[in-house]
Design a protein around this ligand. Sequence first.
Ligand SMILES: Nc1ncnc2c1ncn2[C@@H]1O[C@H](COP(=O)(O)OP(=O)(O)OP(=O)(O)O)[C@@H](O)[C@H]1O
Ligand SMILES: Nc1ncnc2c1ncn2[C@@H]1O[C@H](COP(=O)(O)OP(=O)(O)OP(=O)(O)O)[C@@H](O)[C@H]1O
Ligand SMILES: [Mg+2]
Ligand SMILES: [Mg+2]
Lengths: 266, 266
Amino acid sequence: MRTIAVMNQKGGVGKTTTTVNLAAGLAAAGRRVCLVDLDPQAHSSLHLGVEAPPGTPSLYDVMLERRRLVDTRQQVAERLWVVPGNVDLAGIERELAETEGRETVLRGALDELESGCPLDYCLVDCPPSLGVLTINALAGVREVFIPLQPHFLALQGLSKLLETTALVTRRLNRDLRVSGIVLCLFETGTRLAADISDDLAGFFAASDPHAPWANAKIFESRIRRNIRLAEAAGFGRSIFDYDPACNGAVDYGRLVEEVIAGEPEV
Amino acid sequence: MRTIAVMNQKGGVGKTTTTVNLAAGLAAAGRRVCLVDLDPQAHSSLHLGVEAPPGTPSLYDVMLERRRLVDTRQQVAERLWVVPGNVDLAGIERELAETEGRETVLRGALDELESGCPLDYCLVDCPPSLGVLTINALAGVREVFIPLQPHFLALQGLSKLLETTALVTRRLNRDLRVSGIVLCLFETGTRLAADISDDLAGFFAASDPHAPWANAKIFESRIRRNIRLAEAAGFGRSIFDYDPACNGAVDYGRLVEEVIAGEPEV
Ligand SMILES: Nc1ncnc2c1ncn2[C@@H]1O[C@H](COP(=O)(O)OP(=O)(O)OP(=O)(O)O)[C@@H](O)[C@H]1O
Ligand SMILES: Nc1ncnc2c1ncn2[C@@H]1O[C@H](COP(=O)(O)OP(=O)(O)OP(=O)(O)O)[C@@H](O)[C@H]1O
Ligand SMILES: [Mg+2]
Ligand SMILES: [Mg+2]
């Protein structure tokens, strides 16, 4: 099972939109996929039509070790499951403050999921912070995808994000690698997008070959700004369901192909 | 002194861009303004050209009650000061976990600032979360401005945000009022923006007249999407400095006028 955290502490860069459409696209291409919604906003759940009224089993119960992931997931399409997020997740930082090993709770749950269910992918949507929820995701997966808006403020936080990943690799999860960068909300025509993409390519080309992001790939498929992607969220559907011919579906469709092409040889 | 928290737990909706350009516009219009950067990303500081290398006094020192706001602020323009943010703020939730009254540390510092310096406005840029930093902002100010992108996911979190504000009003800060909603990243030609704006107006019209947001004003000035606003951040300047004739400067200029027109009678 490939386990991938989709993260970036910068807000509004396309984490949820990428997690949802990548998960749906991989499932449509025949992979068995589980999406884990680690964000208290629970936007990935909402985007796939999962309403989780209070009392519905959610990731909050998993983080307090009351339920297993396999008993919390809901099936939303053929080969596609969602473990719903919950607003109470926002309190986890305080609730786990005294717990030994609070940073590896999700890892235990993911290991159990992997041994219990035949899955090809597990994608984790992260909140816009580097707090205990995101650290749990980094400690529990083997790959990181970083959605990035080609704007100055979004690029500025990248080194802090990579530093945090390196820290987790050293202390909590030796296998962790940053494997992909997804350029989102890309406005073709602006100089800013072109300049930032060049800066980005230069940054990775000059990385220390031993860094956990040394082999990160900037995906060729750039996700162009396309209002249909924002509309699809309001209908609780992936872009492939909502408008399969629009730019958003074309771009995420290409990304799915690139991710499949990058699957490790088994 | 008018004290305003610019907040929304949804990421990337224009909090920093609004705080910076509103602060700069109010200062240019003759008001004395202090911007407090409560976000560990320290993007407001960066956007106004304040680099705060490790060791520079920042809001982190103020939250640990080692320094006063007046000794931490840096002047960046005539009548405009910035209290820099710092990446260490991300650890405050854990560091203050045992502290009695951890939610009102910033209030004490703001009260001291008010009695010590002749200021007309204090604007607080908040991180994309409802954690202890944002609660400190809500406990310490009298007004809240909510930047909102007219997208489904951004609107969805509004009720949780208002609930949190009401909770703070009941328990920590009786004077707190949601006084303004700023529509940001507005794409004039899209149906989505029109639909969401209508939903928003309906939502506020139907509010309980005793709610802390009952008199909230949806500012007439909508901030259109304009790449110059994103470029200005990279040059460490407000939009008024960077490109005073562009749509971004026109829209934020109108917002400044509306905010001044809303000043309480003294
Ligand atoms: N390529 C795109 N074109 C147009 N709109 C987009 C695109 N990608 C995302 N959006 C919209 O932009 C907003 C931000 O995207 P999204 O919510 O996926 O980002 P995020 O990083 O998950 O945000 P947060 O930090 O709050 O979790 C959403 O309203 C989404 O619908
Ligand atoms: N009206 C606009 N037109 C174009 N770009 C904008 C506009 N407003 C903000 N931006 C850009 O969009 C991105 C998000 O805006 P900003 O960083 O101000 O949001 P935020 O709510 O402060 O984000 P965070 O949740 O990470 O703190 C930034 O790169 C900013 O430069
Ligand atoms: Mg998200
Ligand atoms: Mg910000």
